[in-house]
Ligand binder design. Structure first.
Ligand SMILES: Nc1nc2c(ncn2[C@@H]2O[C@H](COP(=O)(O)OP(=O)(O)OP(=O)(O)O)[C@@H](O)[C@H]2O)c(=O)[nH]1
Ligand SMILES: [Mg+2]
Length: 183
């Protein structure tokens, strides 16, 4: 009980940053999601080279949200950021069925990384505002393609979202807060 209380205390009141990495393939919508959450607006941004770091206080948790570039040449440097990561937000372009197997390969690398062993995993099936008739997949289809139900010993959740409309984003943050408080 003492341990639980002190970890809650440190998270809620010391304003220690809870490190969250926002990862996913290029064009998935990571930076758009970052700024939609932290600024409440859609901010146009060029493909990320390097990282964007924003602090976001939400429901008593001080999130340190770190958005990394997803281009193939940049993905090999993701691991430099892994230490002390409490949660990964994996952003998927639900309209890019052709690259879901590549996204799955990247997810498998993340799940094998020792430093991410105890990180929570929130998968955001982004771009749900696009029409299903034109090939946009549902969160259930994205989950199936990524093989999420095969993940063992990891707390994960998938949610549909749209960085353009804001749909689903705060529900994702709520899930993180709930799981972090239970840690
Ligand atoms: N329709 C739609 N477009 C989106 C959504 N989210 C992002 N986009 C668009 O997708 C494109 C890529 O968005 P970014 O946020 O730059 O993607 P990223 O994942 O940060 O890409 P990298 O920095 O290259 O890794 C932009 O044109 C966005 O406007 C969404 O929810 N719906
Ligand atoms: Mg970006």
């Amino acid at each position: 009980m003492g341990v639980t209380f002190s970890s809650l205390w440190s998270r809620l009141f010391s304003k220690r940053e809870t490190k969250v990495l926002i990862l996913g393939l290029d064009n998935a919508g990571k930076s758009t999601i970052l700024y939609r959450i932290t600024m409440g607006a859609v901010v146009a941004s060029a493909p990320t080279v390097g990282s964007n770091h924003e602090i976001y206080d939400y429901k008593g948790v001080r999130f340190g949200l770190i958005d990394l570039g997803g281009q193939s040449s940049l993905r090999s440097s993701w691991s430099q950021y892994f230490a002390d990561t409490e949660a990964i937000i994996l952003v998927i372009d639900s309209n890019d069925a052709a690259r879901l197997s590549l996204a799955k390969t990247e997810l498998q690398k993340l799940t094998k990384a020792d430093e991410l062993r105890s990180s929570l995993l929130l998968v955001l099936a982004n771009k749900q505002d696009l029409p299903a008739e034109e090939g946009r997949l549902t969160p259930a289809q994205v989950s199936e393609a990524l093989g999420l139900t095969d993940l063992r010993e990891r707390e994960w959740q998938i949610m549909g979202c749209s960085a353009l409309t804001g749909l689903g984003l705060m529900e994702g943050m709520d899930w993180l807060v709930t799981k972090l408080e239970a840690k």
